[in-house]
Design a protein around this ligand. Structure first.
Ligand code: URA
Length: 237
């Protein structure tokens, strides 16, 4: 059970005072009954909230799959650099307080980013102890060979970073498009792994987290909510 002013503030991404004003204005209805008190507790499982004639869906936490486009940063605040963030490009109806990307992709990397306001869930997937496989398609400037393959498979070091064994597979016959699966999320990890063999990564797209694939129906920049079953798929190794 959560206070109604808190839920309105979260769902409409407005300040608590704004939520209280809305309640005072008589536009807020719970199960068809006008709400008078901002401290009213609401049942997130069964109550129906309606503001100004529009039903508001409320959930404790949300989980959003985004197909990140190029040129957008995986951060919550791009003000310092005046860059667009994955939070900026969320559609207005999905925006709410405290959303952040659970894990980072480089600015020019595309594909699956999970955006949530559930810090515990994010911790479960980001903690160094959790080794959720993340699958990428990498476009390379030259083919990779057996030496690269063996290094990826057996675990290699880049500088002082120790990489866990990774999967590397050619996607087509020229060995310049690769499917890579890594279980960590170190800075520029895949680019640095290839770079240590003189191979440049020209494009990189994350297509899967755990067992959950990026929804192919999502155009670059598009997103959708994911449900509990899909969340569990992310956690499965
Ligand atoms: N590895 C990289 O080099 N960049 C990413 O964005 C993700 C993994």
């Amino acid at each position: 059970m959560e206070r109604i002013d808190k839920i309105i503030s979260t769902e409409l991404n407005i300040a608590r005072t704004g939520a209280r004003e809305l309640i005072k204005s008589g536009k807020v209805f719970l199960n068809g009954v006008p709400v008078k008190s901002a401290s009213l507790k609401i049942n997130e499982e069964s109550d129906i909230l309606n503001i100004g004639g529009k039903e508001i869906r409320f959930r404790k936490y949300v989980y959003i799959m985004m197909n990140k486009p190029e040129g957008v940063i995986s951060s919550t605040d791009g003000r310092k650099t005046a860059e667009k963030t994955v939070i900026d490009i969320l559609p207005d109806e999905m925006k709410r307080k405290n959303l952040f990307p659970a894990g980072r992709l480089d600015k020019n990397t595309t594909g699956f980013v999970l955006i949530t306001d559930d810090g515990n869930f994010a911790h479960r997937i980001l903690s160094p102890k959790s080794h959720i496989p993340k699958t990428y398609i990498a476009g390379l400037d030259k083919p990779f060979d057996d030496i690269v393959l063996k290094a990826f498979q057996s675990g290699m070091t880049i500088g002082s970073d120790v990489c866990m064994p990774a999967v590397l597979e050619a996607v087509n016959g020229d060995f310049k498009t690769a499917r890579v699966v890594i279980k960590q999320g170190m800075y520029h990890q895949i680019k640095r792994m290839f770079k240590s063999f003189g191979i440049e990564v020209l494009s990189l797209k994350r297509i899967k987290m755990g067992k959950l694939c990026l929804d192919e129906a999502l155009a670059p920049g598009a997103c959708r909510f994911i449900d509990k079953k899909e969340l569990e798929m992310i956690l499965s190794e």
